[in-house]
Design a protein around this ligand. Sequence first.
Ligand SMILES: [Zn+2]
Length: 324
Amino acid sequence: MTEGAHTTERLTLARLPSGVELTTTVHTYRGAEPGPTLYVQAAQHGREINGTEVLRRFHDRLPLESLSGTVIAVPVANPPTFDRVSYTTPEQLDSVNPNMNRVWPGDAEGSLHQRMAARLWEYVTVADAVVDLHTGSPDMLPHVVYREGDERSRGLAAAFGTDLLLSERAGEDAPDEWHRRGFEGKLRVAAADEGLPAITPELAHNKRILEDVVAEGVAGLFDVCRYLGLLPGDAPEREQRIARNHLGQVAADESGLFRPALGLAVGDEIAEGEPIGTVYHPTTYEPLQEAVAEQDGILYALTREATVTAGDQLASVALTREKP
Ligand SMILES: [Zn+2]
């Protein structure tokens, strides 16, 4: 019996106009025994760094001698946005799509993001499951998104183990907004189209390393490894709430200052018509909008950044589902 091996590779993702090559590190953990392959990446939105910290700890703790199969991990999938601590790249770098998570599976002869995605896609296609680590906005409940009706992806999401799982309709089943926003180009969606179980954990806040969500992410990744048979043991059975990712979120109708309703917290069950907060005029104090939930469900995001512009998202409510 061998002990397993960890190797790293410096991968060139694309070339910048100056000729500078954009590179990133790909970690490969090969177990002592054969088994499935898991592809996991973080920071394809560069400011979402909790996933990068999750992968660093995973690296430190992974017992290679107990691993059956292979884990491929990319801690920084999108270096240009990482350096800018941003979600997207400026037009100078990608005039086609500033958001890398709209271009999968990429194109080796396309724009910067398309090329970067195409390079990483080579690693995705040899995998048996995909985990794309993201973080949400401030005051978002950690959750895992998977494709509605896809049992294998739901199993992977349940194994990851956040309290809330959100199903998202895709393709023909999806609402217009899903198509309009280019969601078919998400890594998770492109991977699921290839028949791979795929999930997107959203680990709370960006820009900061938050201990509790990083710990949740590390535990989730190890449980995913157990679920897939990469590590011995089973992912524990959990009580989880399942809801549908609802795209028609509560938005600001007017610009001003937003004051969330007192006592409201992410994770709360909320009823249609229930107050979410007030947008008011900061100089006249005139209330401009009494924002309310548009449906019954679970409040999973509530903005705490008070200065809002008409159209900004104030809150997100997921539709509770009886059935997975
Ligand atoms: Zn993201």
